[in-house]
Structures are given as C-alpha cells and as structure tokens.
Design a protein around this ligand. Structure first.
Ligand code: BGC
Length: 768
C-alpha cells in the first residue's frame, strides 16, 4: 500500500513548520556529476578576452543597455546580446527604452499555439519543431536569445500564465522543454528558461515568498529546468520575480549557484526578470549575470562595490565569462542583415498548424462529430471566441502576428458552400484595460457600466437565440481570452467569463444540438457546458493557424488527438492549493508589473511575522508533491476530466503488456511494451501513457506518477507494438536527510493507459 503523504487538510500547521524549517537547512550539492556543457569549449578564448577588458567594460556587460539589449564590448568585437520576448512568437519591435511599439511592418511574427496547447500534443518532436520555428524567426529579427520556453509547473488552475506554461506534470513538461530547447539552440538561438523558479502564481508575483519543501521542489518544480539544462544544454535562464524560501530568485544562491550551476552543470547566463533584481552584492555573488532592463543595482553600484572591495573582481570575471560563453556560441547577426524580410514565414506557419492540429482535445462526443455536411446543414456559430484574435493581449507574451485564422474563418475556409454558416456573437468578451487597472472607478461609474453591460448582454442573447432556432447544429465557441488569462494577475475563479454558462443554457432550451468548443489556455468549470453539449472540445489559444486546425477536426479531415496537460477539476475548490487554502491572494499589493509595485510592509517583516497564514506575500506549498493529478488520485477525489484525457474519432485496444524482466536493479532501464490496435474506422493517434504506482515503498509517494508516454499514429485496423523505456534512475526521490537523489527500491506496478483516469493494463515488477 502506498503511504499517504501526511498532509492535514484541516490544519496546515505542521506543513508550515516543516516548510519553514527548510529555510534554515543549508542545501548541499548532490553527489551526481554535473553534465558537461558545450559552452565550456570557449573558456580558453574567453581568458584572452577578459584579460583585455577594463573593469568598466566588464560591469557594462552586466546590466541592460536597452529594454531588450545588454552590452558587448565593441572595442574587442564582442557584439551586444539581443533578447526577444517569447515564448510563443517573437514580440514586436519596441522603442529601445520603453514599451511603445515601433509600428514596423516587417516584425509581424508567427503566432505559435501557446504553452498548454503545445503540451496537449504530448509530442517532444513537435516541441522540437516549435523551437526550430521560434529560432528561425528570432534570427530573422537579428536576436540572440529567445525569452522562453516558459516552463513553470501549473500549480493552480487559476494561474494567469497557465496558458504560457506547459503542464501540471514535471515529466511531460520536461520532455517538451527539452524539445523546445534543442530545436531553438540547434537553429542558432539561445533559449532563456523562465521563470526560475517556482513562479506559479501571478497575484503578488513581485512580492510573494514561496515556502516549499525540498522534496517537492526537486521532484515537481525543478525537473523541467533540470532536463533542459542536462539533456539540452540550455544556454540561458531567467530568474523569477518571487522569493523562494526567503531569498529573491535573482539572488538565490541555492537556486542559481548550487543547483543550476554546480549540480546541473549550467554554464550559461542568468538574466533577471524585468525589474526583478533587488540587490547588488547578493545578486552578483549568488549567480545573476544581467540585470534587466535597468542598471539600478548592476551599474554604478556594482562598480563602486568592486572598488570598495565588497565584490571581488573574480566574481565579476566569472559572471562576464558566463555571458561570453553564450555570446561566442551564438553568432551575432549584423544589423544590416536583420529585419530584411517579414518575420512570419510559411515554414513556421506550417509548424504552427501542425502543433495546433495535434493539440485539440475532444472531451465528449455523442455521435455529433465529425460534422455531417451531406445535406448542407445550417450551422450556427455562436460565441465571441469564434472571431476573437488571441495572439496579443494580456500584457507581455503578446504576438503581433502576420495573420491569425479565427475559428469562424477556419470553418468558412474548410466548409465552403457545403453548409450555411450563420453567426451570432452571443456574449460581450472581457476587454483588457490598462486604464481600469490603475484607476479605481467611482460607484456611479460602476453602476453605469453594469447597466450598459446588461443592455448589451440582453441584445446579444436575443440575437444568439434567434440564430440558434434557425440551425441544424450549433457550434458554441466560447472560453477565456487573453484579457482573462494574463500575466500579472490570476483569475478569481475558473467559471466561463461573460455569462457564458447562462447563455448556453438558454441556447440549449431553444436547440439542444450543441457542440461546444472552448478556446482557453487554462481549466474552466465545465459543469454547465458538459451537461448541455453533445460534444465538447478544447481548442486553446491555438496560434496563427488555430482556426484551420479546429475546422479540420470538426469536419473530420483529421481526428482530434490532443490530451489534457492538466486535470480539469469538478470544481476549483477541489484542487490542492484551494482545498488547503495555501494560495495567498489579494492584499494591498496584488501587483501587475513587479517594478511598479512598491515595497510593502510584509516584505520587510521578519520571517516569523510573515509566517502568519493571512499574509498575502507568503505561499506555503503545503500540498508538497501532490500537485495536479497526484493530489486528486492520492485523495481519491473525482474530477471533471483527468490529466492525459482526450478522445478521438476512433477506438484503440491495448493488449499484451510485456515487461522485459521481473526484477530490475537501480541502473537498469525498464522496457515496457504493449500492442496497440486502432479498432475503429478512421486514422488517429493514440497517446499511450505509463504511470508508476509504488506498492511497498519506504517513503511517501503520490498514488501514481507519469514516467513515460508516446504518441502513436495508427490507420484503421492497424496494429503496432510500442516500447517505452523507464530508467530506474528516473524513479528516485530527493532524500532530504542525505541531500541527494536516492533509490526507493520496492515493488512497483506499471500502469499503462490513455489518461491518468483510465488504466488499460497493469503489471508488477520488483526493483532491487
Ligand atoms: C515577464 C517575462 C518577460 C519580460 C520581458 C516580464 O514581465 O515576466 O516573462 O520575458 O517581462 O517582457
């Protein structure tokens, strides 16, 4: 029997004490050998460069030159480092010292499906293509480093950047982070893994102190970063805005020096998140290379600190060396060769299509999909998300895209005159407004706006019901948008915004033939739409080609093949951080830009004070490793749809699960094979998932954990034997006492299935 984690849902006291204790324990370096970065080959050459540099020239490399540039050394032929915001499209060109766009024509980029969409493909190969595509466009724009991939774990369903991040699962996130990183760096661009680390919430992100136990940190939150460093040799990382166990990430010796560099062998550069540097001496010593986008701490103050003998020149040399390694590995693009053609190119648009077409998740289908077009039906497309552009919005991570096919356009492209398409907007989408964010409305203004919204909603509902009454089938296209899911703030709940539940209920009363498509990047409450829809899909913020991909799935040109990268909870309150009440929100300083947030009292308070549970600036990760499905499975809680779930237009059969041995040693690799058959009538792709359940462990574990997966294309009737490998090393846990990875050699059950909720076959083996 698996030993349950000792988490008390009614009292967080113990966990808090344990977590706080972690602050005081100095972390040692694990015994495993760090990986050897290719960047180290430049060290000899760098010795020569550094020996010719003045102290001023060195310090000049350690802070921003412009908003997205840090300096090289012109005199020595060392080019500036140019950064491009990602992670899902190269950001438009902005004024050197501000956020105002330059309004160029040629900087229109390909909008790639956002993080959760990429993750829904469960395809490291597609992540590689994605990285390739991002890199090619970054090069066209003359930049050296792409600020992505964004690979924090989706801890809370409401997280403002859930759509940018990949998954709630560290293994899935790691595989995709490696793919993206290799794809980008093989094509001449350095990645910048962000946000290192534990930036799992946007509310108070510039002030929050994450109190996390070491085991959860190592096993859940750090693996994607570690994999991208060890397996893909990532050249860059961005320190996060928040604190981890009492230290700002930009000056966190444990994260930046001990773990990232000493333990994993990261040889590249760490830049701060924009405005996320808080000190001079600690930051430079503890591992930060570049302060972005200012020089408040790493300008004159750093120079003075060296001159005063507080910071040694060796430290400065080391930080400069780490930047130079990346600079020498990435070929700078001469200014006259950059921006000569349009950023978005057909080859990348094709990648965006491929990712989108394999990301769409079919959750329910009562024989209404694919759409039957034989008798030229009337299709009512209802919902503002059918026509909304999702490339830009919600502050950073916006893409000024060359084009974006909306769902309605995609349907028209693919259906042509085979059906009559009629459209109604249905609801008034949430609009992002800077003005509203910084200015409080008067009660009169709020009342006036509420009344206006009511009138608009009534009008839109009336139109929608008229359109619904005329149709053979309704495609309700709703969900969130880029104003709802945004950097800088988390959602208050996961309900569909703009009264969509109420609207769809009314539509169902007029015409129950409803297919619902949600274009959201994060979980929604599906209680109403699931009940009133005959089919239900998630189509994400799916990029430049998103509408075409969706239409191809709806009309059956391709089978849906995306799988959920996160659990869809039955209700928000069931999810771990909500059930335990350990997601601190609100307070005076629910911040938008970290650098606009004033230092608050709580930040300055001593730790004992800050430990009070009502402190909005301290997040106690008392659920420990029980994030996402690990929580729901271990607590035996029902979910709306489980992690890894997704239907196709066919059925698959799993038979003959074979394991090559009965007993495995700690250096062995478990080979799991299974025969997969497409038992339906159309071609489709199955994502076979292997989970590990510990039968008689010596330490606590979640009920089960994803340890291998593969995407398998199968024609109707086709059979394939697939083999998945699990190195026993990947089953280790972080032993807090030993401060090292350790084996828990026990009997385990290998469970293979199509989601965390449905195991098809199981087999026991022994680890010895
Ligand atoms: C975000 C980063 C982004 C940076 C530069 C920050 O607010 O957190 O992800 O790369 O801004 O735009």
């Amino acid at each position: 029997m698996t030993i349950k984690l000792n988490i008390k849902t009614d009292s967080m006291k113990l966990s808090k004490i344990l977590a706080l204790a972690a602050i005081a324990i100095p972390l040692a370096v694990s015994a495993t050998k760090p990986h050897k970065s290719a960047l180290l080959q430049y060290d000899k050459q760098i010795d020569g460069i550094i020996s010719q540099m003045t102290l001023e020239e060195k310090v000049n490399m350690l802070h921003a030159k412009h908003m997205f540039v840090s300096a090289g050394v012109e005199r020595l032929g060392i080019a500036d480092m140019r950064y491009a915001d990602g992670p899902f499209g190269v950001r438009e060109e902005m004024q050197p010292n501000g956020w105002m766009p330059l309004n160029w024509e040629k900087d229109k980029a390909t909008f790639f499906p956002t993080g959760s969409a990429l993750a829904a493909t469960w395809s490291p190969e597609l992540a590689y293509s994605y990285g390739t595509g991002m890199a090619r466009e970054t090069r066209l724009r003359g930049k050296d480093m792409i600020l992505g991939p964004a690979i924090n774990i989706q801890r809370i369903p409401t997280g403002g950047r859930t759509y940018e991040y990949l998954s709630e699962d560290p293994f899935l996130s790691s595989q995709l982070a490696v793919g993206y990183t290799k794809g980008a760096q093989d094509n001449g661009v350095a990645v910048c893994l962000k946000h290192f680390a534990l930036n799992n919430q946007e509310n108070n992100r510039g002030t929050v102190n994450v109190i996390v136990g070491e085991r959860a940190m190592r096993e859940i939150y750090l693996p994607p970063f570690r994999a991208a460093v060890e397996e893909a040799d990532a050249f860059g990382a961005m320190s996060a805005y928040n604190k981890v166990n009492g230290w700002w990430c930009a000056e966190n010796d444990i994260l930046l020096n001990k773990i990232l560099r000493d333990e994993w062998g990261f040889a590249g550069m760490v830049i701060s998140d924009w405005g996320g540097t808080h000190s001079t001496v600690h930051s430079i010593k503890n591992g930060l290379n570049v302060e972005m986008p200012d020089k408040k701490y790493f300008g004159q103050a750093l120079l003075d600190s060296v001159k005063a003998g507080i910071v040694s020149e060796e430290i400065i040399n080391l930080r400069v060396r780490e930047i130079l390694r990346v600079r020498l590995a990435i070929k700078p693009i001469p200014e006259n060769e950059a921006n000569t053609e349009m950023t978005s190119q057909p080859a990348q648009q094709k990648i965006a299509y491929e990712v989108a077409s394999k990301s769409i998740v079919l959750l329910k289908n009562e024989d209404v999909l694919p759409l039957q077009l034989k008798n030229k039906p009337v299709i009512a497309v209802i919902g503002a998300n059918a026509t909304q552009i999702m490339g830009s919005g919600g502050m950073g991570a916006g893409v000024k895209t060359l084009y974006e096919i909306t769902p309605l356009e995609g349907l028209k492209n693919r259906i042509g005159d085979k059906a009559e398409i009629i459209f109604a907007q249905g609801y008034d989408p949430v609009v992002f407004s800077f003005a509203d964010m910084f200015r409080k409305k008067t009660p009169e203004e709020i009342e006036k706006q509420t009344q206006e919204k009511k009138v608009i909603a009534e009008k839109l509902t009336k139109e929608a019901l008229e359109v619904a009454a005329k149709a053979n089938i309704i495609l309700f296209i709703g969900g969130n948008n880029r104003a709802v899911e945004t950097e800088g703030s988390d959602r208050k709940d996961i309900f569909l915004p703009s009264g969509q539940d109420e609207l769809i209920r009314k539509i169902a009363a007029v015409n129950p033939n409803i297919v619902t498509v949600l274009t959201s990047g994060a979980p929604n409450d599906l209680n109403v739409v699931k009940q009133v829809s005959k089919a239900l899909l998630i189509s994400w913020f799916n990029g430049t080609e998103g509408g075409n991909a969706l239409a191809d799935v709806l009309v059956g040109n391709i089978s849906p093949s995306g799988r959920l990268p996160f659990t869809l909870p039955a209700k928000l309150e069931d999810s771990p951080a909500y059930a335990l009440g350990n997601f601190p929100q609100g307070g005076k300083n629910a911040d938008v830009f970290a650098n606009l947030v004033a230092e608050t009292e709580a930040v300055e308070k001593p730790k004992e004070e800050a430990a009070k549970s009502d402190d909005p600036n301290t997040a106690y990760y008392s659920e420990e490793s029980l994030v996402g499905y690990r929580w729901f499975d271990t607590k035996n809680l029902p979910v709306m749809y489980p992690f890894g779930y997704g239907l196709t237009y066919t059925t698959f059969k799993y038979t003959k699960l074979k394991i090559d041995k009965k007993t495995y040693g700690k250096n062995d690799v478990i080979a799991v094979s299974v025969i997969l058959k497409n038992t339906g009538k159309v071609a489709a792709e199955e994502v076979a998932q292997v989970y590990v359940h510990r039968i008689n462990p010596s330490v606590e574990w979640p009920e089960k954990e994803l340890k291998a997966f593969t995407r398998v294309p199968l024609n109707p009737g086709e059979t394939k034997t697939v083999t998945l490998e699990i190195p026993v090393k990947n089953l280790q846990y972080w032993n807090e006492k030993k401060q090292a990875w350790d084996d828990d050699l026990c009997n385990i059950e290998l469970q293979i299935g199509s989601s965390a909720g449905e195991m098809k076959l199981k087999k026991q083996i022994a680890l010895k």
